[in-house]
Every structure is written in structure tokens, then in C-alpha cells.
Write a protein that binds this ligand. Structure first.
Ligand code: GLC
Ligand code: CA
Length: 516
């Protein structure tokens, strides 16, 4: 386990939308380098960049055409190395996005794989043995290649699935997961990882990490063996490199070798019921919605098992949002977010802040889809730096040339306006992250223990190590009796109003407090 993860707070940057330095309307690596001090000022000491590789951008870069080349619109490989170096000088680690499950249909491997004559790449993708022989249970394409076969897709049409084999072969055209072809694919991906690790990258966020081997068992054990093998490479040659999975099953992902696994917004899971329980008809029952009556029990019922069964292997990663998820501002106000983020940054594991969430950037439900974003596009709009500048200081390009339009709302926040307003969200974000760095008990490893959580009650009290933490997301005053052995009385952080006397915690409306 890389020791730096213990106190890591990540900042996710969607590179298209962060800072444009050459006025083409698209963010670039130079822009990220320019803003490293800002990232640091938030207390974030690690970055995750969405894919920056060469791509036809039919899925915003998750359709990789060349894993070893930076997309010209972001800069060059040298610029990326410079970003690693400049970030390291400031004590910031940089994770790239690894997309191991599929490539773009324009990748050289795939072009070769489409050829009628057999070659080194014929089995790099998943092909049937006839143009009229389809694939049950998976999307596939036939009739596009000279080769007499259909190929499997992993996501969009532009993303053919790489071949890591199947666990149990039932069709003649399938390759077993321990076949030479499957192992070649794994080794090719390790080669990509080594390429960037050798240039100074600090690890990877891994896209769709659970779905490499098709027809895997429930525990995804064949896919897991691939990650265990990759982790062995890291432990041996790159022990400081981190591997974070898009899996949302820490019991599997962390045991197989990932250092951290995202707690993603999956309908009805513990993460979803805290922030986004509003995706179906009916009232918004998210715990952090100030107007509902929810208790923390639905969250705990889901989270505690995940946490207890995985904590000895690695970390769960809470996120404020990501590039696939509607920003919380779709339904929550800055005051609600202050409480919600204070919770996120005081939980065990390795937290991720999505760019712009620190100022409460809006989810823009009206923007047109861009590069395969569809409804995700609303969470990918340009970073709002300074309201007094054109395009909020994101870019000097004309408004109609921007990658995605900037928020047009006259009340839209910017870093500058938030910094000037002492009651704004960004200050809470900075304060709580600073506190996390100060107290080891708020970092990744310290034990999490529920002190008070009851059905029908809004108040939630928990401990991290020796610190006592209490939350009231609602509008009514609440109280809870704390067992003597858990009691702490020295207040070190407070939002709203919080009192503790004779073993009783009392929290005013929308309050959050930490005692030592
Ligand atoms: C992941 C990415 C998403 C992408 C998909 C296909 O879910 O987060 O943005 O479209 O994988 O690569
Ligand atoms: Ca640019």
C-alpha cells in the first residue's frame, strides 16, 4: 500500500473543461499546470485526470486510439511529463485514467484485428467465427470488417471489447482466460502502464475494472486474477503507484489488488441514498436533503458491510461527484452541500472532489450532448474561475467555440466570488480538508464506528479514531445521548450550532461538529 494514500485527497479534473491556455475553447495540460497552486490551495494533494490520450472523442476520450500519445488538443507527451514534474514539486500526485476494457475502433490493434488474414492482433478483440454468427447477451457488430466474423462491443459502438478471454468456454470462437491471446492483452495493458509510470505518473484510475473477462463468475474471479497479476507488477517495480477502480464492490476489487474502489452512484445503494435519492418519481429522500425525514440507516445498512469486509485490504473512495454523475447542485443548496462534504471528507478511505464542486457549480441540464456525453454533459461544463472575465476565465475563445458552453446564469458562482464571500462553500471545503490533514484520525485508516443512528431520527453520530463527529442535515433541532466511553468535549470544528453537556449532544438546524 503506497503510504501517501493514507492522507490523500483527490481532485478529479475533466481536462476538456478546466483551463484553456491557447484559446481553442478546450482545456489543456498547460492549463492544468497553471492551476496547480489552486488545487493545492484546496488541500488536494492528488489529481485524477480523465483520459488525455489520442482519441476520435466519440466517448470524450474513453475511446482510446493510442494509449501512448497525448491527444494533440491537450498538448504533447512532454507537456504531460512536465505536469507530473510540476505537480510533484508541489507535493501533488497524478493519476491517469486507464481504459483497459476496450479501445477506439480507430486503434491500430483493432484495424489489424479486422484484417482477413491472420496476424498478431487477430485475437486481441472478441470475434465470432462468422459474419452471420452473432453473440448472445452482448452487443456486437457484424459486416463492417473484411474479416469473416462479428466483434463484441464494450460500451458505445466505437468501443470494441479487448479480449481477456472467458472463464468457461461454451462457444468454439471463445478463447479461455488463460490462453496466450488473453495473456497477450493483459501484458499489452501492463506495457501501457509501465510506459506512463516510467514517465512519472503515480498510478491509474481504472475504467470499468470489473468487466475484463467475459462470462466471469459472480465474484469476477477471473477478472480479479488479472488485477492481482498487475498489482504484483506494481508491488515489485512501482510500490508507490496507486490503483483505483471503477468497480463499486470493494469486497472484490480491494481483495484482487486495487488500493481503493469508488463508492459510485448506483440506484438505491448507500452512496445514492445519501445524496441522490431523487432519480425516480416521488419525493427526494436523500439523507442530506434538508427537507426530508430520512435517517442514516439505509446508508449504514449498505456501507457497513462493504467497509468491514474490505478495510483490511484497502480503501473505499467517497466522491462529491464525477464526470458520469449529475452534480449534487441539481437538487442541493450550498448549505446542504457544506454538511454533505463535511461528512465525505471525514469518512475513512480516500475521498475525491470533482472540479467545480468546491464552488457549487451547477448541473446544466440544458446543454447539448458533447462527444458522447448525453445527460452527463451537464456535469462537464467549463470551470468557473472569475466571473468578471470572459467565459469565467476558462478560455479566451468566443463563447460559441467553447467545448461546452459556460453556465449562463447570472448568479453562477466563480472561484473569485466564492473566495470573497466568507460564508461560501469553498471555505468549508478548505477548512474540512485542512482538518483532515491535521488529524490522522480523520484520514484513510482510522477506525470508523457508529455511535448513534436510529430509525426515524435525523441525527447521526460517529467516531473516527478518537474524534467524535455529529451531523444534522435537517431543519429541526436534534439531540442524542452519547455513551460515556465515546464522549469527547473539546470542539474542533463546527457548522451551525452544536453543544455537548451531561453526555448529551444537541445540534441546531443544518449542523455538523467534531469534538476531540
Ligand atoms: C466509464 C467512464 C465513462 C465511459 C465508460 C466507457 O464508466 O467513467 O465516462 O463512458 O466507462 O469507457
Ligand atoms: Ca486549449
Amino acid at each position: 500500500m503506497p503510504a501517501w494514500l493514507k492522507d490523500a485527497v483527490f481532485y478529479e479534473i475533466y481536462p476538456q473543461s478546466f483551463k484553456d491556455t491557447n484559446s481553442d475553447g478546450i482545456g489543456d495540460l498547460e492549463g492544468i499546470i497553471e492551476k496547480l497552486d489552486y488545487v493545492k490551495s484546496l488541500g488536494c494533494n492528488a489529481l485524477w485526470l480523465n483520459p488525455v490520450y489520442d482519441s476520435p472523442f466519440k466517448d470524450a476520450g474513453y475511446d482510446v486510439r493510442d494509449y501512448k500519445k497525448v491527444a494533440p488538443r491537450y498538448g504533447t507527451n512532454e507537456d504531460l511529463v512536465r505536469l507530473f514534474e510540476e505537480a510533484h514539486k508541489k507535493g501533488i500526485k497524478v493519476l491517469l485514467d486507464l481504459v483497459p476494457g476496450h479501445t477506439s475502433e480507430e486503434h491500430e490493434w483493432f484495424k489489424k484485428s479486422c484484417e482477413a488474414d491472420r496476424n498478431e492482433f487477430s485475437d486481441r478483440y472478441i470475434w465470432t467465427n462468422g459474419a452471420f454468427c452473432g453473440i448472445g447477451g452482448h452487443p456486437y457488430i457484424g459486416g463492417e470488417a473484411e474479416r469473416d466474423g462479428c466483434y463484441m462491443l464494450n460500451f458505445f459502438k466505437c468501443q470494441p471489447a479487448l479480449n481477456y478471454g472467458v472463464l468457461n468456454k461454451t462457444e468454439e470462437w471463445q478463447t479461455p482466460c488463460d490462453s496466450e491471446a488473453a495473456i497477450d492483452t493483459r501484458e499489452a495493458m501492463k506495457d501501457v502502464m509501465r510506459f506512463w509510470l516510467d514517465k512519472g505518473c503515480d498510478g491509474f484510475r481504472v475504467d470499468m475494472a470489473d468487466s475484463l473477462v467475459k462470462e466471469d463468475d459472480d465474484k469476477k474471479s477471473a477478472t480479479g486474477r488479472i488485477w492481482t497479476n498487475i498489482r504484483e507488477m506494481l508491488d515489485k517495480d512501482y510500490p508507490e503507484a496507486a490503483l483505483v477502480s471503477e468497480w463499486c464492490n470493494p469486497e472484490c476489487a480491494l481483495k484482487y489488488g486495487f488500493h481503493a474502489d469508488f463508492y459510485l452512484d448506483h440506484h438505491g445503494n448507500g452512496y445514492n441514498v445519501l445524496f441522490r435519492d431523487n432519480e425516480t418519481e416521488g419525493p427526494d429522500n436523500s439523507y442530506f436533503n434538508k427537507n426530508c425525514d430520512e435517517d442514516p440507516m439505509r446508508f449504514l445498512d449498505d456501507y457497513l458491510g462493504r467497509y468491514n469486509n474490505s478495510k483490511e485490504y484497502g480503501y473505499i473512495s467517497f466522491i462529491t461527484c464525477n464526470h458520469d454523475t449529475p452534480r449534487c447542485t441539481k437538487t442541493m443548496t450550498p448549505d446542504e452541500l457544506k454538511i454533505a462534504y463535511s461528512f465525505i471528507f471525514t469518512m475513512p478511505g480516500v475521498p475525491f472532489l470533482y472540479y467545480g464542486d468546491e464552488i457549487g457549480m451547477k448541473y446544466l441540464d440544458y446543454v447539448r450532448t458533447k462527444e458522447g456525453g448525453f445527460q452527463r454533459t451537464g456535469s462537464r461544463s467549463p470551470m468557473q474561475w472569475d466571473k468578471s472575465l470572459d467565459n469565467f476565465g476558462f478560455s479566451d475563445a468566443p463563447f460559441d467555440k467553447l467545448y461546452i458552453p459556460v453556465d449562463k446564469d447570472e448568479n453562477a458562482p466563480s472561484v473569485k466570488t466564492c473566495e470573497e464571500d466568507e460564508n461560501s462553500l469553498i471555505h468549508t471545503v478548505r477548512d474540512i480538508i485542512a482538518l483532515r490533514h491535521k488529524y490522522e484520525d480523520l484520514q484513510a485508516d482510522a477506525e470508523f464506528k457508529v455511535v448513534y443512528a436510529k430509525k426515524g431520527e435525523r441525527i447521526f453520530v460517529y467516531k473516527r479514531g478518537d474524534l467524535l463527529i455529529a451531523v444534522n442535515p435537517g431543519l429541526k433541532e436534534v439531540s442524542a445521548e452519547i455513551p460515556a466511553q465515546d464522549l469527547k468535549t473539546n470542539l474542533i470544528f463546527k457548522l451551525g450550532s452544536a453543544d455537548i453537556s451531561s453526555g448529551n449532544i444537541c445540534l441546531g438546524a443544518q449542523s455538523f461538529a467534531i469534538w476531540q
